[in-house]
Design a protein around this ligand. Structure first.
Ligand code: ATP
Ligand code: MG
Length: 257
């Protein structure tokens, strides 16, 4: 990766839009977003002026080579990392202006994360890992139980509910992570390679599940992926190259909603 001093100022690139969604306030909008990491005297520009707009209720894949900035972008959008420059608007609100408390509350109540490494608590069962999210959100006992059981059922893990992560395969652990991200019924899901550890049949099932959840709950879903299977499931594919969105391929040009 080159140093930031080699880059020209960001051009005023028009943000790609998802065609098939409603107009109005975007779920996610980034404006000239930069993230520069400092490694000693070296500056690594992971994001170099990202402009994008993702409509509410859309299912969007983010692709690009390893090191192109996908995880960095996802972390910035989810408020887990701070951009060096530029703006991130969630439902029209600039999150750079939010207090740490508001950001934490928003993440807890309205965002579901699915990480590349599953991020499960090793000493807790699948059920407890999912239920923990609702405990943190203050959901009461019976409701917590019902929603946790439903979420695990949704990803086909009912028989594995009492197993701990080390007793499960990578794919099963990933499904626990997916159930955990859905259980709070967030408005936005940010996922980093959610199907990376799954065989192609299971990956297809999970992608179909994501798509139907996006439709049913009018949820917005941004998913980093290398999986070629996703193109038929998503509304749009965004491609990052060297920290910039370089092109947009409409995944389903024939579809009009
Ligand atoms: N914490 C960090 N400190 C320094 N450099 C970093 C840090 N995180 C990421 N980078 C650098 O930023 C660039 C983008 O990294 P990022 O993790 O966003 O890529 P990615 O597209 O998610 O790659 P992959 O597909 O391998 O997960 C890379 O050059 C990486 O080395
Ligand atoms: Mg990554």
């Amino acid at each position: 990766m080159s140093s930031i001093s080699e880059f020209a100022p960001a051009e005023n690139v028009e943000a790609p839009r998802v065609k098939h969604a409603s107009s109005g306030v975007a779920a996610i909008e980034t404006i000239d977003l930069w993230r520069i990491y400092h490694l000693g005297s070296l500056e690594v520009a992971a994001l170099q002026g990202v402009n994008l707009r993702i409509e509410q209720g859309s299912f969007v894949a983010l692709k690009g080579r390893s090191g192109s900035g996908k995880t960095t972008l996802l972390n910035c959008v989810g408020g887990l990392d701070q951009p060096s420059r530029g703006q991130i608007r969630i439902m029209g609100e600039e999150i750079g202006g939010w207090s740490e408390r508001k950001l934490t509350e928003w993440r807890r109540m309205q965002v579901g994360f699915i990480f590349q490494s599953f991020g499960l608590m090793p000493s807790l069962s699948a059920y407890e890992n999912v239920e923990l999210i609702l405990r943190i959100s203050g959901v009461k006992g019976k409701e917590r139980h019902r929603r946790s059981v439903d979420a695990l059922d949704l990803v086909g893990l009912t028989p594995w509910m009492d197993h701990r992560p080390f007793e499960m395969s990578g794919g099963q652990q990933q499904r626990v992570a997916i159930a955990r991200s859905l259980v709070n019924e967030p408005k936005l899901i940010l996922a980093d390679e959610p199907t990376g550890e799954l065989d192609s049949n299971t990956a297809q099932e999970i992608l179909g599940l994501f798509r139907s959840i996006v439709r049913e709950r009018n949820m917005t879903f941004l998913m980093v992926t290398h999986d070629s299977l996703v193109d038929e499931f998503v509304d749009e594919v965004l491609i990052l190259r060297d920290g910039q969105v370089v092109s947009t391929l409409d995944a389903q040009p024939e579809q009009t909603e």
